[in-house]
Design a protein. Structure first.
Length: 506
């Protein structure tokens, strides 16, 4: 499967996963609202996620795959030794640390989140102990997922997040009334189990041999660990942003943490299907071009992918910016989620929406570095993001409240992207930035025109808010793609050519 095909599969599955996630959030906030309970649920994830990021995620999100590909080119036997050693050793460490964290949970929560009330601390401890199963399950699943991507098997990699959301949905639907917020935690664990199970099944179609191995001297195992250190630091820096949100949110009004997470989930849809999907699909090909030292193909593929990302991410950002209030009020104001909760979420989402194209490009340029086995600059980019977001939030949260998170997120993402593009040109391979901007300018202008049209359509007073919302979305889509057709944007042609080829194959 080619880069476009892999990206298409991942993007399509991301849409389905997002729809499941959207329904999950509808049910979550219907039953629990933006409350102290939901704040505790999100806080309880922090330490389990820290364990996963520290020992697994740094390697599997951009290091294990290219090293595995290089090793396979030389010896299939050595690549299997590397795979088995990594999965066995690193996941055993995760299990051991999760067990230790289970017993230390009261000390950890009460020491770190001292600003929380004792009752909220106790609830967070109980939720965390359940959620400590998730890094164990995700550790195995993500390790296998990295190997599946290396073998260009995108389907189970793409579908597993749908099963994760399905598990949460089932937990809420069947257990929420009886077990309250604990239904969310058990649903997340069940979803993680489904996430892992699908990849385990797909792995056995690769003709690779999976067996326990604790050989620290396995080929390139130490290389993966060394290369993963900067990537891990970068991931922990990004997670530090979430720690800042949860810590500061404990000083704000109840529901601030939940409001941020809702806004983040809504904003991340476009990032997932346009940024992460295309960046993931093109990653193994960038790794191959880098291994072959074919700089021309490498830079052309990177630039082409960046334009494709912006072609869809930019109008999504402008559209969400205009319709954020209507989106939240239309879908989420019911049950325990009231107008004030909607106000909190919209305060964050309004400017976070504009970060969609910037964050999408960050995923691509980070992978451009990783394909060339450079993990340092993506790490520095994440640190820049974390520091600018956290310092800005600590300085202004008292004056701006929960809106601080959206403002600082946008500014921090911009600084990260500027750093990555500049560093790529200075230290790896020159990116044709001026040529790129000339080709992107029509997309920017067309997106701005679309935003103006959406703004006027949504303020039509003849129809209900529901009809106005549908007309705004439909009108915006029509204006944008019709404008792209009139301007003969090559990105639109590529979409039609790709879909035409797909239908011909069928």
């Amino acid at each position: 499967m080619g880069a476009g095909g892999g990206a298409f599969v991942i993007a399509l599955a991301s849409v389905l996963s997002y729809l499941f996630g959207f329904v999950r959030n509808l049910m979550l906030f219907h039953y629990f609202g933006a409350s102290l309970n939901t704040d505790s649920y999100y806080t309880a994830f922090l330490i389990p996620d820290f364990i996963l990021n520290l020992f697994i995620a740094g390697a599997v999100s951009g290091v294990l795959m290219p090293v595995f590909v290089d090793t396979t080119k030389k010896s299939k036997e050595d690549s299997e030794k590397l795979m088995n050693a990594f999965i066995s050793i690193m996941n055993t460490i995760v299990i051991a640390v999760a067990i230790i964290a289970f017993f230390l949970a009261p000390f950890l929560i009460k020491s770190i989140f001292v600003q929380l009330e004792p009752a909220q601390q106790e609830l967070t401890i109980k939720l965390m102990r359940i959620l400590l199963l998730s890094p164990v399950l995700f550790g195995v699943s993500n390790s296998l997922g990295s190997i599946l991507i290396a073998k260009k098997k995108f389907l189970s990699f793409a579908l597993s997040p749908i099963l994760y959301n399905t598990g949460i949905l089932l937990g809420i639907y069947f257990l929420a009334e009886k077990y309250g917020i604990f239904a969310l935690a058990w649903g997340a664990v069940f979803g993680a189990f489904l996430h892992m199970s699908l990849r385990v099944v797909d792995f056995f179609t690769t003709n690779l041999s999976l067996r326990p191995s604790f050989d620290f001297n396995a080929p390139n195992f130490k290389k993966v660990i060394i290369l993963a250190i900067p990537k891990t630091i970068g991931l922990l820096a990004f997670q530090g942003m979430l720690w800042s949100v949860n810590w500061l949110g404990g000083l704000m009004e109840a529901g601030s943490i939940a409001a941020f997470n809702l806004a983040r989930d809504l904003q991340s849809f476009a990032v997932s299907i346009f940024g992460i999907a295309l960046a993931t699909g093109v990653f193994p090909f960038l790794a191959e071009f880098a291994a072959e030292k074919n700089d021309e193909k490498f830079i052309n593929r990177t630039e082409k992918s960046a334009r494709q990302i912006l072609f869809l991410a930019m109008p999504s950002a402008f559209g969400l910016f205009v319709l954020s209030k209507e989106l939240i009020e239309l879908f989420f104001v019911h049950g325990e989620f009231d107008q004030h909760d909607a106000f909190l979420a919209n305060s964050v989402l309004l400017l976070m929406a504009l970060a969609i194209p910037l964050e999408s490009l960050n995923h691509l340029f980070a992978r451009a570095f990783l394909a060339r086995k450079n993990t340092l600059f993506p790490m520095f980019g994440q640190i820049i993001f974390f520091l600018s977001f956290s310092v800005g939030s600590f300085l202004f949260y008292q004056e701006l409240g929960v809106a601080t998170f959206g403002i600082m997120f946008l500014g921090a993402i911009f600084l990260q992207l500027f750093f990555l593009i500049t560093s790529l040109s200075l230290h790896e391979i020159k990116f044709p930035f001026l040529r790129f901007m000339r080709k992107v300018l029509p997309i920017l202008c067309l997106s701005f025109l679309m935003m103006i049209c959406v703004y006027f359509i949504k303020n039509i007073s003849y129809f209900s808010s529901e009809i106005n919302f549908v007309l705004s979305v439909a009108g915006g889509v029509f204006v944008y793609f019709f404008g792209a057709f009139l301007l003969k944007l090559p990105e639109l042609d590529r979409v039609f050519i790709y879909l035409e080829n797909k239908f011909k194959k069928k």
